[in-house]
Design a protein around this ligand. Sequence first.
Ligand code: CTP
Ligand code: MG
Length: 247
Amino acid sequence: MSDDSRPSPTGVRTAVVIPAAGRGVRLGPGAPKALRALNGTPILIHAVRAMAASRAVSLVIVVAPPDGAAEVKSLLDAHALPERTDILVVPGGDTRQESVKRGLDALPPEYGIVLVHDAARPLVPVDTVDTVIDAVRQGAPAVVPALPLADTVKEVEPAAGPEPVLSTPDRSRLRAVQTPQGFDRATLIRAHETVTDDVTDDASMVEQLGLQVVAVPGHEEAFKVTRPLDLVLAEAVLARRRLTDGF
Ligand code: CTP
Ligand code: MG
């Protein structure tokens, strides 16, 4: 991996928008998900550290819960983060899409590559981050980290009782998509200005523009903390890291 502490040879700087404004309803009652602790450190801080671990990333824009920007700022001040990374905090919106848009509105003009990373994926390894950035640098307008599925997937007719199965897509052609997703800045901004349908990720907005999105290998540790069992898994991953890396 090249030394990316300065802008790359093409002069393209990389920023990350971290949507962290969700409530975390599926995790159960408590503080907003990004502010809950994993081994004593807020999920959001783990996520910011995971992005700042990439030497290519020089700015992180955290999209805080709408009424929680001040709390998020003081959390960020209270935790050690690499000095080479600038941090901005903006308040989020009612949907993930709106939160990402608010982050993009705060993006200074000198950033040509933008990653969007769920705060709820606190443990993504830096190699995955760098793989996404490299693919955008090489010219892809939109890049997603993705993994093959373990389970067979069925399409059903949703119903209150037993649900009729309609089809079984060929699993070898399916991928589970993670973040960080990486974009050419102008492409992502245009997607957010153009697409108004409800979407659950940013790349699908770029697909709707008719542009080619590409998938690169994701990582099992980039899973999203969604339900209570995911907290158990995340703490187990951290415990394994402490054993193998010594921290
Ligand atoms: N997110 C956001 N603004 C929203 C909703 C979600 O910034 N209005 C962020 C979350 O904070 C999270 C990411 O989008 O980092 C992925 O969303 P998800 O895992 O669905 O988180 P929540 O919406 O918080 O969880 P839930 O759907 O269970 O309430
Ligand atoms: Mg949600």
